[in-house]
Design a binder for this molecule. Structure first.
Ligand code: ADP
Length: 298
């Protein structure tokens, strides 16, 4: 059975609900992708999170939530005394969503220390590993460099490395992000970015320009997302069918990645996989929050 690892941070989510209440959940880019990948795969595989959490009640609930999604928890390091990060989704008077974060002390920031103390044991036997720009942004520069060395070694052993830059201006400076994201692309076989981040960080205005940049960094397979407009899949444009109702675009890109990778692992071509990813993302944006409730999934 294939071992698929999603490396990064999962947070406690508090989403504004009616009557001044908040609905508590768990979310984070690589976790969202893990959930949708696991739910969409037809081929049996071990899908797991490579992350660090604390030993508090919220961390325990988070691990229980991973288990309930059928995710493998063997590589979730538990740090005594640490806690997970938290974010809150507020809806303002104009109906715009604002995100507020409490993540500076999050356990996931210590992930590389855990990996190193474990001599990289988590990577053993990994067939595919997904990581993101957020996975890197929350680390120190020293830990980013250590992690990328580990990922290069993993790739050299034959694992497929998948990267989504998921650029968040709040987490790091533009020049710093441009530097590290390019380094990360240099470790990736498959890249799943959005065009907008390439426009912002490297001034590439078209999917063709972004694709040339990625190919130059050694990426072999790429999908460039352009929100509701179109997809660019290994040199070919694919039209996106607009959603009938956009309720909440949270996790559109993450669910696309999950659907795409599931189809690729099930043996579909990149173009067919992009269609599956887009269909899933279209569905996810019809629901509130990152994760569609399990009882509404089937
Ligand atoms: P993110 O900002 O979360 O990375 P994007 O806006 O790039 O997400 O969208 C990711 C994918 O979600 C797109 O490639 C597309 O397939 C789908 N998508 C986004 N917005 C819409 C929409 N309005 N209608 C249908 N599909 C959409």
């Amino acid at each position: 059975m294939k071992k698929l690892l999603m490396l990064g941070e999962c947070m406690v989510e508090m989403a504004a609900a009616d009557g001044g209440l908040y609905r508590q959940g768990f979310a984070g880019d690589v976790y969202n992708t893990a959930v949708y990948l696991k739910r969409s795969l037809n081929t049996p595989a071990q899908v797991g999170l490579l992350t660090a959490v604390g030993d508090d009640a919220m961390s325990e609930a988070m691990l229980a939530c991973f288990r309930a999604e059928g995710l493998d928890n063997r590589h979730c390091y538990q740090l005594p005394g640490a806690m997970p990060g938290l974010y809150l989704i507020e809806v303002d008077e104009a109906g715009e969503r604002n995100f507020l974060y409490w993540r500076s002390q999050a356990a996931a920031r210590q992930l590389v220390r855990c990996i190193e103390e474990d001599n990289g044991a988590a990577f053993s036997g990994t067939d595919l590993l997904l990581f993101s720009g957020i996975s890197l942004a929350i680390l120190s520069a020293e830990h980013r460099a250590l992690l990328l060395e580990r990922l290069k070694a993993l790739r050299a052993q034959g694992a497929t490395l998948v990267f989504d830059p998921n650029y968040r201006a709040k987490l790091w400076g533009k020049d710093e992000a441009a530097h590290w994201l390019a380094q990360a692309y240099g470790c990736a076989d498959i890249a799943l970015p959005g065009l907008e981040e390439h426009q912002l960080l490297w001034g590439q205005q078209s999917p063709e320009q972004a694709a040339d940049f990625l190919t130059g960094l050694g990426v072999k397979e790429l999908v460039i997302k352009q929100g509701p407009e179109q997809l660019f899949v290994n040199g070919q444009y694919l039209a996106v069918t607009p959603a009938e109702q956009v309720v909440d675009t949270t996790a559109a890109g993450d669910s696309f990645n999950g659907g795409y990778l599931a189809a690729r692992l099930d043996g579909q071509s990149p173009l067919e996989a992009a269609k599956q990813g887009a269909a899933l993302a279209r569905r996810v944006i019809g629901y509130r929050g990152a994760i569609i409730d399990k009882n509404q999934w089937a």
